[in-house]
Design a protein around this ligand. Structure first.
Ligand code: NI
Length: 253
């Protein structure tokens, strides 16, 4: 049994054949799929999908790319959606400094902190997007204190950052890019981290193990297999551990 801890089932790329995509996931042993919102509209869509499909759960939030849209109305809608039975976390939220100051860093940080506060208030984990913002992410998590919990989705930092995040209460989430030939550094990190703090995801439709193709939740099995290969253990051990980790973190039974 597997859990895809992060993907985007509301993406247009799934509009025509989501039923078939979910059937292939079930055939691959994926028992639970967590689909993430990126703004108010996609958070609504994520909740609708979770209502429609048993094995789908949602996280809701405003992605840093859309930080400029995080006004009071957006905050209130995310708050209301977050109370839904099948919403298991707040995300994806975070910081994205790839495009320099666009959206402005201050706006990104404001949206991140407000949504982390909401997660704490509702006692839900956070799903963090971090692109070229490693130090700022760790600093914000550290500064807020308390007992934050969540995942660093599609992890892209170094081993030191991964260990600091784990010390602060986070799990590290690996995606299909772990299987890429040039992903040596990421593979070394996966090898070094304790299995109890690792979860797996696809980030589908993005980050296909086959570059350029559409990704889908069934492929999370390939991430588990890669971790097993790196750690030289049975794939079933990785599947059980990562499933348990996601269940504990997101409160799934
Ligand atoms: Ni994502």
């Amino acid at each position: 049994m597997l859990i895809d801890a992060h993907c985007h089932l509301d993406d247009d790329q799934f509009a025509d054949d989501l039923g078939a995509v979910l059937a292939r996931a079930a055939d691959a042993g994926v028992q639970t799929i967590i689909t993430a919102g990126a703004d108010v509209a996609s958070s609504r869509a994520a909740v609708a999908l979770a209502e429609k499909y048993d094995r789908v759960y949602a996280v809701v939030g405003v992605h840093p790319e859309h930080a400029a849209t995080f006004d009071d109305a957006a905050a209130n809608t995310i708050r209301a959606l977050a109370r839904h039975d099948k919403v298991v976390g707040i995300g994806e939220i975070g910081l994205d400094f790839y495009w320099q100051n666009n959206p402005p860093r201050a706006a990104q940080e404001r949206a991140l902190v407000a949504q982390m506060n909401l997660a704490q208030e509702l006692d839900k984990p956070v799903v963090i997007h971090d692109r070229d913002a490693h130090d700022a992410i760790i600093e914000i998590i550290q500064r807020r204190g308390g007992k934050p919990r969540g995942i660093l989705h599609c992890f892209s930092g170094d081993l030191d950052m991964a260990r600091r995040a784990i010390d602060l209460g986070f799990c590290i989430s690996f995606a299909g890019n772990l299987t890429f030939k040039n992903a040596r550094q990421l593979q070394e990190i996966a090898r070094a981290l304790p299995l109890e703090r690792i979860v797996i995801e696809t980030d589908a439709p993005y980050l296909s193990p086959q570059r350029g193709a559409r990704n889908e939740p069934a492929n999370v099995a390939r991430v588990a297999a890669k971790i097993a290969e790196l750690k030289n253990i049975e794939t079933s051990v990785v599947e059980q551990a990562t499933t348990r980790n996601s269940q504990l973190l997101f409160g799934l039974s």
